[in-house]
Design a protein around this ligand. Structure first.
Ligand code: NIG
Ligand code: FE
Length: 411
């Protein structure tokens, strides 16, 4: 089957030859074609170009995109969208003045989500998660990563990973699975962190490998959670299983975790709300993608990742939702892109690069999605009629999407 988009006001993120990611000053360059066509064959981008060279319409499904913008769907490289229940009671506590940390210290936070998840059946977990996944797909997400990490006991981590696998098998968009081995220390291991880590790794890694449940490993490297030394130990153990590191780091404190991530060739280092000059220096010359999660900063009222500092240092930056029940209960990438412009002072062009090709790189999908390139998956966003691409982030909270296409088909 062939679908031909004609009269596209502007086709965004056009890369004749795919790039792995864009960095520094290049992030502000978003290649586009005005008055364009794009042809989809089966599930792939077959060709595109200016309207003058548009192929004949005969025998094709034609979508007239007059006045509308077409761009690659969002690549959300950091989510926890498999979770059970939610944490609206903690939300009210925070409104009354308790901090994220204070809530976690009284047994709320990640431990609260773990308790609920442990008591939830795999079927129910799958059903709850599928609703969220379908919602973010309608909001334009065409590839994403999902982490475990709310199990905190091996059996429940495996339950999460198997639910992620089922979502991978039953969903039409690429999903990457990450084993978040160390998210918080459960009560039972309060004074035995090493025991917790050994148990988790020894019990989960062999099963994960046998059942092919994940391609990446994650750790929450933070004061009061897991140290840079713990992080190194986990990333070391994961090497034997071929798992790619992607770590939570520098959310509240800079404690040297970025350097550990880079040392172990982390694909991405995520959060970075607190970022030192030493962290920036370590990232320069590495292949590690910094990932900002502005939904978390917005929801918790913590600092925003210093995008200008990162980009000025010549580094790349990706944007992701962090969709989770505690610090970012929304997977809406349109909101993420707006927030990055409004509060992180990124340009619209930078945010689109960050939320497409750089997000794809952060989850090792840059050859499959993230740009308008022949052979890539036809996962696309068709906007409503817009005066320019700037309206996408500018009109925050508005629904600017007319239709999402996954594998070339409208959803
Ligand atoms: O990425 N920072 C660690 N993990 C999640 C939040 C976890 C939670 O509060 O449930 C995050 O923000
Ligand atoms: Fe996260």
């Amino acid at each position: 089957m062939q679908t031909l988009f004609t009269n596209i006001k502007e086709l965004l993120q056009v890369r004749e030859a795919s790039v792995a990611f864009v960095a520094g000053a290049d992030m502000n360059i978003l290649p586009t074609i005005k008055n364009a066509f794009l042809l989809v064959e089966e599930d792939r981008i077959a060709t595109f170009g200016p309207m003058e060279s548009c192929p004949t319409l005969a025998g094709k499904e034609v979508v007239d995109a007059t006045g509308k913008i077409l761009l690659p769907s969002w690549c959300d490289s950091h989510t926890h969208l498999v979770y059970a229940g939610n944490r609206e009671e903690e939300f009210k506590d925070r409104i009354k003045g308790l901090s994220y940390e204070e809530i976690a210290n009284k047994g709320g936070g990640i431990l609260n989500s773990a308790k609920t998840l442990q008591a939830t059946s795999a079927e129910s977990l799958y059903q709850q998660s599928k609703v969220r996944l379908e919602e973010v797909m309608r909001l334009g997400t065409g590839a994403l990563e999902i982490k475990s990490g709310y199990g905190l006991i091996p059996e429940a981590e495996l339950k999460m990973l198997r639910v992620i696998k089922r979502l991978q098998e039953e969903t039409s968009i690429p999903i990457k699975a990450t084993f978040l081995a160390a998210h918080a220390l459960p009560e039972a291991f309060k004074s035995n962190k090493m025991g917790f880590l050994r148990n988790m790794l020894n019990e989960v890694l062999p099963v994960l490998k046998a059942e092919d449940l994940a391609s990446a490993i994650d750790v929450f490297c933070e004061m009061g959670y897991f140290s840079p030394e713990d992080t190194a130990e986990i990333l070391q153990a994961a090497q034997a299983y071929g798992l790619v590191p992607k770590i939570h780091v520098n959310q509240f404190n800079a404690i040297g975790g970025v350097a550990v991530g880079v040392q172990y060739n982390a694909r991405s280092v995520d959060h970075l709300e607190i970022l030192t000059d030493a962290d920036v220096a370590v990232l320069q010359g590495s292949k590690t993608m910094p990932v900002a999660l502005p939904g978390c900063s917005f929801f918790l009222g913590i600092p925003y990742t210093p995008a200008r500092k990162i980009i000025a240092a010549g580094l790349p930056l990706a944007l992701a939702s962090d969709y989770n029940p505690g610090s970012a209960p929304s997977g809406n990438m349109n909101f993420i892109v707006s927030t990055a412009c409004i509060l992180m002072k990124m340009t619209p062009e930078e945010t689109i690069n960050a939320a497409t090709i750089n997000g794809a790189y952060a989850m090792e999908l840059e050859e499959e999605v993230g740009s308008i390139t022949v052979g890539k998956k036809a996962n696309l966003i068709l906007t409503k009629a817009l005066s320019s691409l700037t309206v996408l982030p500018y009109a925050f909270g508005s629904s600017n999407i007319e239709q999402v296409y996954i594998n070339g088909k409208p959803i």
